[in-house]
Design a protein around this ligand. Structure first.
Ligand SMILES: *Cc1c(COP(=O)(O)O)cnc(C)c1O
Length: 422
């Protein structure tokens, strides 16, 4: 019934592992992000099993959930990290992460970010333009360091996902068009303090089909061979992230199926010496978290019924940003479903776009606690303080224990750095 075995109903109450979510809502208040430690481990295990004894480096695409407690779980499991900013680098270093397992992605790397990443000694910069390559060479020379690079190429494949999270098409801002990649690699080979180590692509997010990956792989293999002909040998191939999760009834692409196909293809082309790098974000954390919220008011009008809750678009932006669908469960569902009403679940923010779910059949009363499922990815990390709303607390459940891994922000902290003029 629910999307994760670690968020299940027991005796009519939704639990996170062994804890009733009613207890957590009472103890810590709502809105509240609740993560399951075991769910993180299980998600990791799916990739570890898929990798078997093959040379695979999984770099958690940490923009999906960058809480230090989450990062530290993956670090202990052996994960690397895919970072997209100097801020994310600082988080990985703060938990003692191994820089030799960091890949640095992003179209707009600034000089200070390059300097910090060179100083830390990251595994690879995924370079997204020729201008970035030139800047990186200059910064590396000034730093007396060598920058290891991949080019992020844009293979022009359709990931068959939402336009906002599709990144591998020609018209996207990401990467270097695959037709020009050989020339840019040759430019890279001629630049001082640049060492070419790999090739990279990331074609989109919430992908549920294997074909976009295999299409991209085919194009990368052609590129890798042309580079070899020109004397440019690579050490790794990075296929990015993007594996989808189940928000509702999606059929899923399993890491095992994907990796078996990828390695089969690499072997066929005599490329099995390459290390495979992956950058999964959502699939490692998405179904490891829920967002708890309390019904403040029920409001019935001629056209619609609204459940006005205490969570809002500032806590979970995905519905309004991507038209995303999150399952909504009453934490203690009422038995009599005959009285179900169709509600839009909306927040208190002064925007019509402030909705979390639409047209959900629920039997609700004021004060009920709801769980918005699949809120482990792109939830807290996209949260804001809009309407001067403190960002909600984050809780990590481990069996019968609940750890506060980030407390609820205080009102004073929201404006503590501001200075009124006399
Ligand atoms: C966002 C992102 C990821 C992670 O994507 P998911 O869909 O969450 O797996 C990986 N690599 C890059 C470059 C990204 O921008």
């Amino acid at each position: 019934m629910t999307v994760s075995p670690h968020f299940e109903f027991r005796d009519g109450v939704l639990h996170a592992e062994d804890l009733p979510l009613t207890n957590l809502a009472e103890q810590f208040g709502t809105p509240l992000y609740v993560y399951s430690r075991q769910a993180l481990h299980d998600a990791w295990e799916a990739y570890r099993t898929a990798a078997r004894d093959r040379d695979v480096l999984v770099c958690f695409g940490m923009k999906a959930n960058s809480n230090l407690a989450v990062l530290n779980e993956f670090r202990k499991l052996g994960s690397g990290f895919d970072i997209v900013s100097g801020g994310e680098l600082a988080r990985v270093l703060a938990i003692g992460g191994d820089a030799s397992k960091i890949v640095f992605s992003g179209v707009g790397k600034q000089v200070w970010e390059m300097q910090a990443a060179l100083k830390a000694g990251v595994k690879c910069f995924n370079v997204e333009s020729e201008a970035e390559l030139v800047r990186l060479s200059e910064v590396a020379q000034q730093s007396g360091a060598v920058a290891r690079i991949s080019l992020r190429v844009n293979p022009d494949v359709d990931a068959q996902t939402h336009p906002y999270i599709s990144t591998g098409l020609k018209e996207n801002k990401f990467g270097i068009a695959i037709e020009t990649a050989v020339a840019v690699y040759q430019h890279a080979a001629a630049l001082p303090n640049i060492e070419i180590v790999g090739v990279d692509c990331h074609i989109g997010s919430q992908i549920t089909e294997i074909s976009p990956y295999l299409d991209a792989l085919d194009k990368l293999i052609v590129l890798i061979k042309s580079l070899a002909d020109k004397g440019i040998e690579l050490k790794h191939l990075d296929l990015g992230g993007g594996i989808g999760i189940r928000y509702t009834d999606e059929t899923l692409l399993s890491p095992t199926v994907l990796l078996d196909k990828v390695f089969q293809s690499l072997e066929t082309h005599g490329l099995s010496h390459l290390q495979l790098v992956l950058e999964p974000g959502r699939s490692l954390v998405g179904n490891s978290g829920v967002l708890l919220t309390t019904v403040e008011y029920l409001k019935h009008s001629e056209a619609k019924n609204f459940a006005i809750v205490d969570a809002a678009m500032n806590d979970l932006l995905r519905p309004t940003l991507y038209d995303a669908w999150h399952s909504v469960e009453a934490v203690v569902p009422r038995e009599n479903t005959a009285n179900d009403t169709v509600y839009d679940i909306v927040g208190p923010i002064c925007e019509s776009g402030d909705w979390l779910a639409r047209d959900r059949s629920l039997h609700l009363e004021q004060g009920d606690v709801l769980a918005i499922m699949s809120a482990g990815a792109y939830a807290f990390t996209m949260a804001s303080q809009y309407n001067t709303r403190p960002r909600a607390a984050e809780i990590m459940v481990d069996g019968l224990n609940a750890h506060v891994v980030r407390p609820r922000e205080t009102l004073e902290s929201l404006f503590a750095m501001e200075t009124p003029l006399d």
